[in-house]
Design a binder for this molecule. Structure first.
Ligand SMILES: Nc1ncnc2c1ncn2[C@@H]1O[C@H](COP(=O)(O)OP(=O)(O)OP(=O)(O)O)[C@@H](O)[C@H]1O
Ligand SMILES: O=C(O)c1ccc[n+]([C@@H]2O[C@H](COP(=O)([O-])O)[C@@H](O)[C@H]2O)c1
Length: 195
């Protein structure tokens, strides 16, 4: 089975994440996409605003309506800093017959050389990078061992980010149509990201 891992902080999960996963699934012929919230993301300057339980709950709600989408809590259960190499090593042991792909936004592709133990990771997964219009990904500038394991998939530009959603909430603005309705209910019902 071909499985795409959509890793993220998901603080909160939004339509950009969901469309990225759907386009990756379709273009790479993935059987399933597993949405995996990070416990502590390695490269973010700030800790997540919402706690792990709330981020998990939102991912469960956002993915429920798609038969090929699943929420998985491997990194939340492991705790600590969520290095992808640790996760993929664990997943390949647990599911030796699955082929794993790791889905990332196009803006992250050129930062792959900074990922922890990237050489080893690049031998174990294919990265699916979502190409955004207007953003040039210079694959030829990546070291061979990384470039060989990157597959680019086109995606329309969606100027949606979790940062913007948190700012909208803090400013008392609407978050309709940038998150799914079950996620909006959860955020509003629990007063998440209010100033
Ligand atoms: N609008 C988008 N279109 C395509 N990919 C996206 C989009 N937003 C995030 N991603 C990708 O989804 C993955 C998880 O992202 P993350 O949870 O950090 O969300 P974010 O919106 O970038 O968060 P923040 O604004 O808090 O930095 C990353 O690979 C990121 O590049
Ligand atoms: O393992 C690493 O070094 C590494 C560096 C940057 C990002 N990641 C993973 O990539 C996913 C998206 O990262 P982020 O910071 O946009 O939430 C998330 O699951 C991180 O754990 C992993």
């Amino acid at each position: 089975m071909k499985v795409g891992i959509m890793g993220g902080t998901f603080d909160p999960i939004h339509l950009g994440h969901l469309l990225a996963a759907e386009r990756a699934r379709e273009q790479a012929g993935l059987d399933e996409v597993w949405f995996m919230p990070a416990h502590v993301p390695p490269h973010k300057a700030h800790a997540p605003k919402a706690d792990a339980e709330a981020r998990w709950e939102m991912v469960v709600r956002a993915t429920k309506s798609h038969a090929a989408f699943q929420a998985v809590d491997f990194e939340l259960r492991r705790g600590g800093t969520s290095y992808t190499i640790d996760t993929i090593t664990e997943l390949r042991k647990t599911y030796p017959d699955h082929q794993f792909f790791y889905i990332i936004g196009g803006d992250m592709v050129m930062y792959l050389p900074k990922w922890y133990r990237i050489g080893e990771l690049a031998r174990q997964v294919t990265f699916i990078g979502l190409e955004r219009p207007g953003y040039v990904i210079k694959l030829e500038e990546l070291p061979d061992e990384i470039r060989r394991s990157v597959l680019l998939v086109p995606m329309p530009l969606m100027e949606i980010s979790s940062t913007d959603i948190r700012a909208r909430r803090a400013g008392g603005q609407s978050i309709r149509y940038v998150v799914t309705e079950p996620v909006r209910d959860y955020i509003e019902g629990n007063g998440l990201y209010e100033a």
